[in-house]
Design a protein around this ligand. Structure first.
Ligand code: HEM
Length: 209
């Protein structure tokens, strides 16, 4: 990002800074992930679940952090760690893989409150985009919000409304330009973390023709 881009970003609401600051990395990740056809069969989906487990383990401490809970009322209930753990059990991910991925989740280095907010943005936003992935899990693998695809399901109040509430909380934060820049850094680090997990867990899957 050039200095001019940074200045332009910072004049906008935080949610828009985060969206624009991660647009390219999100698109690259979508393309890479889709290329592995994670919903083609259960073996591929298991790898996708393990990537999600790593991300939910990496972000779980943020949902329990008192400082963040004050800024985001209802934060603890947003964590999708219990759902992804249950999905892994539904799909019979082995105990050794589960232990390995939980540990891999703890390797994420999240430094400072604004960067932690960026990590939260990436994780919460991934549930908004998951509408499409949930449909694939239903149609291709016969999974549901009570078996195997719990972590992709929408909130009972509606996926869009759940996201809107989070975005309003983001935009109510009294962030300086420097804080916003740190939040964008954190959001990008979260995408990079997911990207590494995708490469580690999915690169040896047979690619569809
Ligand atoms: C194949 C995989 C993916 C696809 C096809 C996809 C697609 C989408 C789509 C269509 C939206 C916009 C939804 C809307 O506005 O209603 C979205 C939003 C979002 N997704 Fe993804 N996504 C994927 C994976 C991910 C992953 C793995 C992450 C991060 C862990 C992620 C993070 C986000 C974020 C942060 C947003 C919110 C953007 C905003 O600020 O509006 N996505 N995604």
């Amino acid at each position: 990002m050039t200095q001019a881009d940074t200045v332009e970003l910072m004049e906008k609401p935080l949610s828009l800074c985060l969206k624009e600051g991660t647009h390219q990395i999100h698109e690259n990740l979508d393309n890479r992930l889709s290329g592995f056809a994670p919903f083609a069969d259960e073996q591929s989906y298991r790898r996708f679940l393990r990537m999600q487990l790593r991300l939910q383990c990496a972000t779980a401490p943020l949902y329990q952090a008192e400082e963040l809970q004050k800024l985001f009322p209802g934060l603890a209930e947003r964590s999708r760690l219990p759902e992804v753990e249950a999905d892994c059990r539904d799909l019979k991910v082995s105990d050794s893989d589960l232990s390995f991925d939980r540990l891999a989740g703890t390797t994420a280095l999240i430094t400072g409150m604004p960067a932690a907010v960026g990590w939260l943005y990436t994780n919460e936003g991934s549930n908004l985009g998951a509408a499409f992935l949930f449909k694939l899990a239903q149609d291709k693998l016969g999974l549901s919000e009570s078996h195997g695809a719990r972590h992709l399901a929408g909130h009972p109040d509606g996926r869009g409304l759940h996201w809107k509430r989070f975005k309003a909380q983001l935009d109510a934060l009294a962030f300086t330009d420097e804080d916003k820049a740190q939040a964008v850094r954190g959001a990008r680090e979260a995408f990079a973390f997911v990207n590494s997990a995708v490469e580690e867990l999915m690169a040896d899957l047979p690619r569809p023709a």
